[in-house]
Design a binder for this molecule. Structure first.
Ligand SMILES: NC(=O)c1ccc[n+]([C@@H]2O[C@H](COP(=O)([O-])OP(=O)(O)OC[C@H]3O[C@@H](n4cnc5c(N)ncnc54)[C@H](OP(=O)(O)O)[C@@H]3O)[C@@H](O)[C@H]2O)c1
Length: 255
């Protein structure tokens, strides 16, 4: 079946402002490392059943191993068939998908004149096309499921970047993909808000993960992946009528 499941059952949970994620199913892409892994842990500890996706099975299994209820589905999120399989597996858990967090991503750094077509294409495939594929699968699933109390059918959260709204020298392919995610997501929100689906974009500053481990970023103040996870938790536990639409998460220190 190409997946691995924690066997400790669904522990349920209570979020800090009174809602429970105990009955929710959450798909988290990029769940094997960094920000996605922190989000999977945060939602999982609040009781959500986590369906984690990334390409590397071993890393995924390690990242999800401590959670009460989780399913690892090795997935290349830029592959349409793999995304279909991921969402079929998620829907089989409890017949619904409540939360989808798109956190998988790649950063290829080079000035424009040295940016290869392969890096450009990979950036758009993983950072933008995959967000479309997973969001489309989420919307199709969520529109077909009953509303939870308060009228919410589901919640899609995109992990974007400050580079989704500002240029970032040396990261033109990355910024192009993230600006694309912003345009897609703001349109998606307007399309689905009247049908019970919340859409949130999280724009973190620099975060301490494998993506930013290279020496050029060594002197920079970095957020912890858990800082981003807390913002996601705040979004998915907001009251039913409230949508955290865009959340900028920045380090307190000046750049
Ligand atoms: N770190 C930062 O400073 C920062 C700031 C703002 C926004 N972000 C965004 O936050 C997200 C997570 O970044 P991160 O820092 O946590 O990066 P990371 O530590 O490099 O982790 C990237 C994750 O994405 C997965 N991934 C990459 N390509 C994939 C593919 N084709 N299919 C499925 N999964 C794939 C990786 O797993 P596999 O390699 O096993 O597939 C891994 O789980 C990204 O969208 C990034 O752009 C990061």
């Amino acid at each position: 079946m190409g997946s691995w499941e924690s066997t400790r059952g669904d522990a349920g949970g209570t979020d800090p402002i009174g809602g429970s994620l105990g009955s929710r199913v959450a798909v988290v892409t990029g769940a094997s490392r960094g920000i996605g892994a922190a989000i999977a842990r945060a939602l999982g500890r609040e009781g959500a059943f986590i369906v984690g996706a990334a390409r590397t099975r071993a890393d995924l299994e390690v990242a999800l191993a401590g959670l009460p209820a989780a399913l690892a589905v090795p997935t290349d999120v830029s592959d349409p068939q793999a995304v279909r399989t991921l969402f079929e597996a998620a829907a089989q858990v409890r017949g619904r998908v409540d939360i989808v967090v798109n956190a998988a991503g790649v950063l290829r750094r080079a000035p424009v004149e040295q940016t290869t077509l392969a890096d450009w294409r990979e950036s758009l495939e993983v950072n933008l096309t995959a967000v479309f594929l997973c969001s489309r699968a989420a919307v199709r699933q969520m529109l077909g499921q009953r509303e939870a109390p308060g009228g919410v059918r589901g919640h899609i959260v995109q992990i974007v970047s400050g580079a989704g709204v500002h240029g970032w020298e040396g990261s033109s392919a990355y910024a192009a993909s993230k600006f694309g995610v912003m345009g897609f997501t703001e349109t998606l929100r307007e399309e689905v808000r009247g049908r019970g689906i919340k859409v949130t974009e999280i724009l973190p500053g620099m975060v301490d993960t494998d993506m930013t481990a290279q020496p050029e970023f060594s002197g920079r103040a970095k957020l912890a992946p858990e800082d981003v996870a807390r913002a996601v938790l705040a979004a998915v536990t907001a009251s039913p009528a409230a949508v955290l639409q865009r959340v900028d998460v920045r380090h307190l220190a000046p750049r």
